[in-house]
Design a protein. Structure first.
Length: 626
């Protein structure tokens, strides 16, 4: 029945059921004829394999509603439109290297592998509402336009494909691996609300300046790889979510990057940003190591631990915590699963960062190492930045002095790390613990003191007196612990610390002043005052009026002859108190004293005004910090 068909003639097989015998005859006709004209296969059923390899369709061809077993259109030429609307491909469907002008495969179902790789002539394909239950292979194809809106793809490979106009993958579901490696999107791409429940790879792809890379509302599963991707247009990841990690490592952003983005891990390490960035992200980790920012950038983060090692800055970079949930079009963006973490953003390391261009706002710096950062004296710390704190006030252990008393203050993690490893006595290490720093050796006390000094200046420039005072205390503590310093310097620092907490602990200075005054009163009462107030006696001859008179005044010797138990009277305590008070204010009491009392008063007049000055200095500092 098919023997009369010649090359180039139109064929009409609408509604025909091709049994094995009819398929054999059709196959012989395909082999004999090189091409059909207009081809009507609407609602046909092919009950066996069919091979159209290198066949030509010179007119429109209609396979809408057709049902195929295995079909091969490899190297076929569709000179006009091809319609596979609602077709069903029960097994393998091969369109590799076919020349297709335009093809409508909307609502088609591919139950086996579908191969569209190396398509020629830049076809325009419509896969809207398609279902791919197996592999969908578009590797190295060149497509003028492609629409996959609402399509379902089990596993898709588009590696090295080129979409000359913006393809639409709106609401497409990729239930398996979606491979878009080294794909060219000159006019951008639309993946709005697309779903990638497993892995998707865009490594090495290029999104041109002719449109935006739209992933707004997209949902990613385990891994989303955008490594080495070039975004020449805007990159929209607004309200995109990822259950695992999303990586933009070594990617290039020539235009704006839009959020907010929710993911467990976000990696922007080695990425290059040419324009200003304002990006919101809620994640467990945010990697910015070795990223390059040519313009100002601001990252608002929730929960994220931010890694900033060796970030290259040409303009200010702001890392700020965001307390409320992110919203996009009045819809709240869900946070990733982060356990019991605080929504406060955290920064862990600033090695290699030019801190003069860094702004940290309301972030947790309790585990941040500042070692290796530059220009820390110019860093901007805004809001309530949290730092580490010393252990509980009292730590007990085996030592000559069996306890250590720690006062509350802002502490750098560099000092915490140093104290947890470097001191020789275990009691000095007790309570100073922090997460492992890997193989990194702890910084020296001298380096930690230098870091404190620079950050203190940054606090002073920001009129943050409490922070500056805590960092001054930390600087002096590290200088006191620095074995490279001379013994005399460390001795003076130990005394300064013990007497007044480096001029910052008013209670300590006042306590020492009261102890010194009390001790002086007891010493003066017991050994410094004579038994009786001595009287001076003047002896001489009174001359006649108008003549010179000479008198000799004898200064009595002040002796203490009272028994020891009779020296402790209220009157003597009162006289001793007046002597001590006058000594504190650096005045002489004018009372007669025993030789021992003279020395006691001299020592008192030297030490107690110093203690009073330290107390006044500490009180002044406390008032400025309050």
């Amino acid at each position: 029945m098919l023997n009369g068909i010649n090359t180039g003639e139109a064929v009409d097989f609408r509604g025909v059921v091709f049994t094995a015998e009819l398929i054999r005859e059709l196959q012989e006709t395909i082999t004999r004829c090189s091409a059909f004209g207009e081809s009507l296969f609407t609602n046909c059923q092919f009950l066996g394999p069919l091979d159209f390899t290198r066949f030509g369709f010179q007119g429109p061809c209609w396979f809408d509603g057709a049902s195929f077993d295995t079909v091969n259109f490899a190297h076929s030429q569709f000179h006009e439109s091809a319609c596979f609307l609602g077709a069903t491909f029960g097994s393998t469907a091969v369109f590799s290297n076919a020349g297709i002008g335009a093809a409508d495969l909307s609502r088609a179902k591919f139950k086996g592998p579908a191969h569209f790789n190396n398509l020629q002539r830049g076809p325009s394909l419509n896969f809207e509402d398609c279902i791919f239950s197996d592999l969908a292979d578009f590797v190295s194809s060149r497509l003028v336009s492609a629409t996959f809106e609402n399509a379902q793809l089990e596993s898709a490979r588009f590696g090295r494909a080129t979409f000359e106009s913006q393809p639409t993958f709106r609401r497409t579901q990729f239930t398996g691996l979606a491979n878009f490696e080294k794909v060219s999107f000159p006019a951008g791409a639309n993946f709005r609300y697309a779903q990638f429940p497993k892995d998707c790879l865009f490594t090495g792809s290029v999104f041109g300046a002719g449109g935006s890379a739209v992933f707004a509302g997209a949902q990613f599963g385990n891994t989303a790889g955008f490594n080495n991707v070039t975004f020449n247009g805007e990159a929209l990841f607004s309200a995109a979510t990822c259950m695992g990690s999303i990586s933009f490592k070594s990617s290039h952003f020539s235009d704006l990057l839009h959020g907010p983005l929710s993911a467990k891990y976000v990696n922007l390490g080695y990425a290059h940003f040419e324009r200003a960035v304002r990006f919101e992200v809620t994640a467990k980790n945010l990697g910015l190591s070795r990223a390059n920012f040519s313009a100002a950038a601001a990252f608002n983060v929730r929960f994220a631990t931010v890694y900033l090692t060796d970030v290259h800055l040409r303009s200010p970079l702001t890392i700020a915590s965001y307390q409320g949930q992110f919203k996009f079009n009045d819809l709240q963006l869900p946070d990733p699963e982060v356990g019991e973490l605080s929504p406060l953003g955290k920064v862990t390391e600033l090695a290699g960062v030019d801190a003069a261009l860094l702004v940290l706002n309301d972030v947790d710096l309790s585990q941040c190492s500042f070692t290796g950062a530059y220009h820390l004296d110019q860093v901007t710390l805004e809001g309530e930045c949290r730092f580490a704190t010393p252990p509980a006030r009292v730590q007990w252990g085996l030592s000559a002095l069996p306890f250590r008393w720690w006062t509350r203050r802002k502490t750098l993690s560099d000092e915490v790390y140093w104290r947890s490893i470097c001191p020789k006595k275990e009691l000095d290490k007790k309570g100073w613990t922090m997460p492992s720093q890997g193989e990194t050796a702890p910084p020296s006390a001298q380096n930690v003191a230098a870091i404190y000094r620079q950050l203190r200046k940054a606090f002073e420039d920001g009129a943050n007196e409490p922070g500056a005072a805590d960092f001054y205390y930390g600087e002096m503590e590290m200088r006191r612990r620095n074995k490279a310093s001379s013994r005399s310097e460390r001795g003076l620092l130990h005394a300064y610390w013990a007497l007044s907490g480096f001029g910052l602990r008013a209670s300590r200075a006042i306590t020492w002043l009261l102890i010194a005054m009390t001790a002086t009163i007891f010493l003066m009462t017991g050994w410094g005052l004579p038994s009786q107030p001595a009287r001076q006696t003047a002896t001489g001859i009174v001359s006649a009026p108008g003549r010179e008179t000479t008198l000799v005044i004898e200064v009595p010797r002040y002796n203490l002859n009272l028994p020891f138990e009779r020296r402790w009277t209220p009157n003597r305590f009162e006289r001793s108190g007046r002597v001590v008070v006058n000594s504190v204010v650096f005045r002489s009491s004018g009372q007669g004293l025993t030789p021992i009392g003279v020395w006691i008063e001299m020592i008192s007049r030297f030490t107690e005004p110093i203690l009073l000055g330290l107390a006044i200095l500490a009180i002044r500092g406390r008032i400025k910090r309050s």
